[in-house]
Design a protein around this ligand. Sequence first.
Ligand code: NAI
Length: 292
Amino acid sequence: MHHMIVGVVGAGAMGRGIAQVSAAAGHDVVLFDSNADAVTSGLDAISASLGRAAERGRITADAAAATVARISGVDAIERLAGAELVIEAIVERLDVKRSVFAQLEAVVGPDTILASNTSSLSIASIASAVQRRTRLIGLHFFNPVPAMALVEVVGTPYSADAVLERAKAWVAGIGKTAVVVRDSPGFLVNLAGRAYATEALAILQDGIASVEQIDRIATANLGFPLGPFELMDLTGLDINYTVTANLYEHNFGDPRLRSTWYHRYLFDAGLLGRKTGRGFHDYAGPDATAEQ
Ligand code: NAI
């Protein structure tokens, strides 16, 4: 696949990862965020991540520098005008995503593919906000983007097969595995994997085991790389809680997808996990795991 200009909207945890893997594959990347500080910290995080990869001998220092040089941080959405593919990774809110795609459509060319990285919103519902609905699809990456092989590619009743084919080829070109999944709440991975969180939350609510015990059993005995609470803290409860609530609502209260009051309590309290220093676990101080 030829090298393209790839636009990324949102320079948070996911957007910076998507920018990094796109640039590492040789694409020129334009990274935009409505918060200028997020662009700066995103670029810093990308440099640091590539620097670590170079130190470990996974890539050369020249390759790391060339990848960083292919990413431009910008502070206006108009700067995405030349992009052939734009991937959105902003806040998980339908109204905000709809409005960003409507703005994007006014900026990019008619054949630019527009993709959302949403975890739980309907791609068709996002597409309904744009004029050329054939070109809007889902490209759902996983966190942390450089380490995770899979990308869910999501079409809608509006999308063109040719767009999905181009998107699949692009995903393969950045060295990821594309899996075409149906536009449905949580797609495949977040639906199938939801029980890892909801069962752990139910066990905690029932008083059967503590956060620490459940995480330790999941890692030490069951072989998961992260326990369910560590994973939710890594993802961020703003994302994780919202995704869980969306799946529950969009499946009309299917009890398999039910969360607990404590999950929402942490979310409402702004205790979002690693990004705020505290969620299910406390990351703030030396006593963070004192309860163990
Ligand atoms: P984040 O909170 O780390 O980053 C979101 C960024 O979007 C922020 O920098 C914010 O300033 C920016 N933003 C918000 N509104 C904007 C707007 N109107 N225009 C431009 N920029 C705007 O969030 P994160 O975790 O990167 O998630 C982003 C998206 O990716 C969400 O849709 C989420 O569901 C999805 N996702 C998240 C995963 C995760 O594990 N965190 C995994 C897969 C998908």
